[in-house]
Design a protein around this ligand. Structure first.
Ligand code: XMP
Length: 189
């Protein structure tokens, strides 16, 4: 059996923090049309837990960022979108983790073009000292060190998403085989 990964943030800490975020977010939208848009797939747990802490009518949308394969730059593009018309509605864009900021900046620009009434961003995790691209998050669950993390929706090769907590993937687990860092921003799925 493989050994358990070191826990960085427990399920209890996540539950408490999501409750705190909901308490900050709810008063901003009371009675106003709101669509919460989760970025696939890593934000699914965060989305499910957050919306259940917000009372009041809201819609749920999903959006995917994909990278073009076969290009050197790995340019991001918008993939599947399931979010209805957000024009005139407040939008809260949710992501699992803010790393370099490339993904969020791209999706923020895309959402702006859809003319929402307002646009805010919430991320569960923000890696300290990693942001390379100008993008700000209005709500941040946890600041974390520069480690590759999995669980609570975040994956490594599509594994570990089911964990109820956030764990660190030890470097030897990926560097032994590939000698490479896990790709922090693969074609998102
Ligand atoms: P950027 O660099 O665009 O990256 O801010 C954001 C996306 O990259 C993925 N990512 C991670 N996924 N553990 C993961 O499972 C990590 O430590 C990690 N860092 C970045 C993730 O898809 C995120 O939304």
């Amino acid at each position: 059996m493989s050994r358990p990964l070191p826990v960085l943030i427990t399920a209890d800490q996540i539950e408490r923090r999501v409750g705190e975020l909901a308490a900050q977010i709810a008063p901003l939208y009371r009675g106003e049309p709101l669509t919460i848009v989760g970025i696939l797939t890593g934000s699914l747990m965060f989305l499910a837990d957050l919306v259940r802490r917000l009372d009041g009518p809201l819609r749920i949308g999903l959006i995917q960022a994909s990278s073009y394969h076969g290009t050197q730059s790995g340019t991001l593009t918008v993939g599947r979108e399931i979010q209805g018309d957000v024009r005139g509605r407040h939008v809260l864009l949710l992501d699992d983790i803010l790393d370099t900021g490339q993904t969020l900046r791209h999706l923020v620009e895309h959402m702006r073009q859809l003319e929402p009434r307002s646009l805010r961003v919430a991320v569960l995790l923000r890696k300290q000292g990693k942001q390379r691209v100008e993008v700000s998050a209005d709500f941040v669950g946890f600041e974390i060190p520069d480690e590759f993390v999995v669980g609570y929706g975040l994956d490594y090769n599509d594994e570990y998403r089911y964990l109820p907590h956030v764990a660190v993937l030890p470097r030897e687990m990926y560097s032994e085989r590939s000698g490479m860092e896990p790709h922090a921003n693969p074609a998102r799925h």
